[in-house]
Write a protein that binds this ligand. Structure first.
Ligand code: GLU
Length: 551
């Protein structure tokens, strides 16, 4: 009896690997094309780090005319949640990182290199495990959980490396006959890889991000097929990325220490190993301490947070590129209006130790991104967001599109567009004063600033509406009239004049404008007041002034 008999006993129906090697041939792509993937587990939580990986993988594939695919790693059946695949697929699509191949819904996929869900690839893994057993490179292990625990305790007591290796690997030295007999007796087993490695030897690895690293060789007989017949991550990674013809594995750097196992598996399986790029996690500054963005502590670790806040997806991708390559910022400065698709991402320029995530900066990018949208885009996108997240805003926008376009059109489309909206959840408070029903609900106290005497304020408002306001005025005339009004009230008509004679005036034209602005909007800061007045019209201006006087 030999290894072949053993292999046939364990996997009687497994196909010869030749079948799969032919079924999934080398991809016919131009030289230098990168084939890469994202390989998430559908656990129902999508970390911003996952999206970051998606962005990098998608961009590299696109830049090189390669392929970006999504493979679902669902071999840990305990961690699965319903609709987990769909959530990931939708998230990637939503942010513009649609894969070229792989799962497109919970159950459907596109592409010739599938199935793209590991739980559907059981037969494939078994063929390759059989192939290893046939060559004596893998074997059944009958150790129970208790026996493994006993080994661990002994190792701990003797203060030696834990694991299933060397003399501790009890089942590796069973004879084929013994193995066959125990299987025939109905004993439970799993399949382990028979590692040819030695701990006192080193392997060298060149990582595209981390650079040259070396490790002791792997000598652990790791599990490759579990009791449920499904593979472990390590084995599935080698088989899948080989058969899917991945050229670049881009993944989290928590996997860097598994390189010795992975390179060994590729070697023993007779595969050419892909290139690896291990991405450092996104970090956060927590009171001066740099730490990983945490699913438990930081709401912004979840992709759903960005959706709920209504941070435009363009802003998120742009910001992620920003932290991926530090030269992005300079590129953006030189190419203000270019699409980020034109930026050439360089994997070797990624941070080795982890880029810092800065919410303030992301929101700043959001402001710039939104400032470049047309009024129509702002209308559509904020309404879309509001549909799910803010009923009141949705109904207001939906009621009168034409009016909303005027509101969103204030200071937009010009050289220095308004930059007061960073995310769709900011919209309501930024347009509130243009909608009476929202405005009247705002019971906040407001300050008039320099001119604060009630009588004076009343006089300004009355004079303005009765004597100076004319809805047909152009902007210059409109402003000249506020100057005239200032003069009539004994305030400086020019700021300059005020500064030159500080003792002479109580206030200046800017302070008078502020009175008008606060009475109109309950704010000291708004986009162009001329445009605001134009949209409100005389009756509403008058009404607001009356309300202000009675306040
Ligand atoms: N399922 C693994 C993870 O989510 C994939 C790692 C990889 O990209 O190979 O960490």
């Amino acid at each position: 009896m030999d290894y072949k008999d053993l292999a046939n006993l364990i996997f009687p129906d497994a196909k010869d690997i030749k079948y799969y090697e032919e079924k999934y041939p080398e991809r016919n792509l131009k030289e230098g094309a990168i084939v890469t993937r994202i390989a998430p587990s559908p656990t129902g939580f999508i970390h911003i780090g996952g999206l970051y990986q998606g962005l990098i993988a998608k961009k590299l594939a696109k830049q090189t005319e390669g392929v970006f695919f999504i493979r679902i790693e669902d071999t840990d059946q305990k961690r699965l949640v319903e609709n987990g695949v769909m959530e990931i697929v939708e998230s990637l699509n939503n942010f513009g990182f649609e894969p070229d191949e792989g799962m497109v819904t919970e159950t459907e996929s596109k592409g010739e290199y599938g199935p793209y869900r590991q739980s559907l690839r059981k037969d494939i893994y078994q063929s390759y495990a059989k192939y290893l057993i046939e060559q004596g490179k893998a074997y059944p292990c009958f150790c129970s959980t208790e026996e493994i625990e006993e080994i661990r305790q002994k190792q701990e007591a003797a203060k030696i490396r834990p694991g299933y290796y060397g003399v501790w690997a009890k089942c590796r030295n069973l004879t084929v006959e013994e193995m066959i007999e125990r299987i025939k007796n109905g004993e439970n087993y799993i399949v382990r890889f028979k590692s040819p490695g030695r701990e006192d030897r080193k392997i060298k690895h060149h990582d595209l991000i981390k650079g040259n690293v070396d490790f002791p060789e792997n000598d652990q007989d790791i599990v490759i097929i579990k009791a449920d017949g499904l593979p472990t991550y390590h084995f599935a990674h080698a088989v899948d990325d080989h058969l899917m013809r991945t050229t670049h594995v881009i993944r989290g750097d928590e996997w860097l220490s598994s390189m010795p196992v992975h390179l060994q598996l590729f070697h023993e399986l007779g595969f050419k190993a892909p290139k690896y790029a291990h991405i450092a996690p996104i970090m956060k500054n927590d009171n001066g301490n740099k730490r990983k963005l945490s699913k438990r502590k930081d709401p912004e670790a979840a992709v759903s947070y960005y959706v709920e806040m209504g941070i435009p997806k363009e802003a998120v991708s742009e910001y992620l590129l920003n932290i991926a390559n530090s030269n992005f910022e300079n590129w953006r400065r030189a190419n203000k209006d270019t699409s980020i698709d034109d930026f050439e991402l360089q994997i070797n320029k990624m941070s080795v130790s982890g880029a810092l995530f800065d919410m303030v900066k992301l929101l700043d990018v959001g402001k710039t991104v939104i400032s470049k949208y047309t009024a129509e885009e702002v209308y559509n996108k904020s309404k879309d967001w509001a549909k799910t997240f803010d009923e009141e805003l949705y109904s207001i926008l939906d009621k009168d599109k034409e009016y909303a376009l005027k509101v969103f059109g204030i200071e937009r489309g010009n050289k220095k567009p308004r930059k007061d909206i960073a995310k769709w959840s900011d919209v309501k408070e930024n347009i509130e004063y243009m909608y009476d029903e929202l405005f009247e609900k705002n019971k906040q106290d407001y300050e008039y600033q320099v001119i604060s005497d009630k009588k004076e304020i009343e006089k300004i408002l009355d004079l303005y509406i009765n004597k100076y306001y004319d809805e047909n005025d152009d902007k210059q005339t409109w402003f000249d009239k506020i100057k005239e009004l200032s003069g009539e009230m004994g305030f400086a008509k020019e700021v300059k004049e005020f500064k030159e004679n500080p003792g002479k005036y109580k206030a200046h034209v800017g302070d008078v404008s502020t009175v008008l602005r606060v009475a109109l909007t309950k704010r000291t800061n708004t986009p162009d007041m001329y445009e605001i007045m134009k949209i409100l019209g005389k009756d509403r201006i008058q009404k607001r002034f009356e309300q202000a006087k009675n306040n």
